[in-house]
Design a protein around this ligand. Structure first.
Ligand SMILES: [Zn+2]
Length: 347
């Protein structure tokens, strides 16, 4: 049988023995790079034994068993849609999870459409984490066209509305929940739950990672509270309406030049009305995003004699930001600094 397997199994179908051996090699690599960690090495060796048993079992019989068998030690594969979910999932999953994010750096996330290879990734993932709330209008189609009964799907920004009559047709709800650090903590908790479901054996480590991240987000919330406590302005002008949850959390109001999606552009009349309102409020800055064209914001800023300042919606990083090692947290702090300038905060 071993000699014939090459003829029996078409080349395009992944060979389970092959992938088991690849995993075994990774385990060996991990063990050899972890000298001195006795317990971990022991777990690794035990797992390795299991892999070889599994490999032996496969050679012994199931030549038809062509789909790769997930093993207890393989890293979970997670697919996320947008950057905040990628960051949260990496932080919670640590080296238990490998994460692929679909919207690449520098791409406007609202515009994104998955490619056939993205759909293939969604199909084969152990875990899919998407935002929800209409941010990924393509997600239902993508999940339906790539069914996988073993896959766990997490809607990170899901708002339970099951209690009571329902707040109706979640019409135009603002899906940018991650920009409110306390909402971000809830998103992290949903990701912890999903990962723990996919990997019950690692629940403690996953929860500990989630807890550490939640504490950092809570500290971030503390900096926002303190930093935005005493400001001359409560209104800030932004490119697209991404900052509604953040504004609400800290008693502020965003005036957005476009809608919830950047594609929802204003008419000339609306643009003039926005400019009038901002001029009346004495707003001195218009906040612009790194990925969107600043053209409309520049028009308004010129009109009211305001300066431009960056404010990042974090839907995706720019390639330069990714290269510099910026993270969700560093950019949220940069956002706070620029908000404090725009709002003329003194505290
Ligand atoms: Zn947005």
């Amino acid at each position: 049988m071993p000699g014939e397997s090459g003829r029996l199994v078409p080349k395009t179908i992944p060979n389970p023995i092959h992938s088991i051996l690849e995993v075994a090699q990774q385990v060996i690599h991990r063990i050899s790079s972890k000298k001195g960690h006795g317990v971990e090495a022991l777990f690794g060796l035990a797992a390795l034994g299991g892999l070889f048993l599994l490999a032996a079992a496969c050679t012994g019989g199931g030549a038809n068993n062509a789909s790769p068998t997930p093993t207890a030690t393989a890293r979970l594969s997670a697919v996320t849609t947008i950057y905040p979910l990628e960051y949260f999932t990496r932080r919670v999953g640590g080296d238990m999870v490998s994460v692929v994010n679909l919207v690449p750096p520098g791409v406007e996330a609202h515009d994104f459409e998955p490619s056939p290879s993205d759909i293939a990734r969604i199909r084969s993932a152990d875990l899919v984490v998407y935002n929800g709330g209409g941010f990924e209008p393509w997600i239902d189609r993508a999940l339906k066209s790539s069914t996988n009964p073993g896959r766990i799907v997490v809607e990170a920004a899901h708002h339970e509305e099951e209690d009571g009559e329902g707040h109706g047709e979640e019409e135009h709800e603002d899906p940018h929940l991650w920009l409110d650090p306390l909402e971000a903590i809830e998103m992290v908790e949903r990701i912890v739950t999903g990962l723990a479901q996919a990997r019950p054996a690692d629940v403690q480590a996953l929860e500990a990672n989630g807890e550490a991240l939640a504490q950092e987000l809570n500290a971030l919330h503390g900096r926002y509270l303190a930093g935005l406590a005493e400001c001359r302005q409560t209104v800030f002008a932004v490119s697209h309406a991404a900052f509604g949850h953040m504004a609400e959390r800290y008693g502020l109001e965003q005036v957005a030049i476009t809608g919830i999606t950047p594609e929802a552009e204003p008419s000339p009349g609306q643009l003039a009305a926005i400019a009038d309102r901002l001029r009346g409020l004495g707003v001195k800055y218009v906040l612009v995003e790194p990925i969107l064209s600043p053209a409309l914001s520049q028009t308004i800023a010129k009109e009211i004699g305001a300066d431009l300042l960056p404010l990042h919606p974090l839907e995706s990083l720019t390639p330069a930001e990714a290269q510099r090692g910026e993270t969700f947290l560093t950019i949220m702090d940069a956002n706070l600094a620029n908000l404090r300038t725009a709002l003329e905060c003194t505290s």
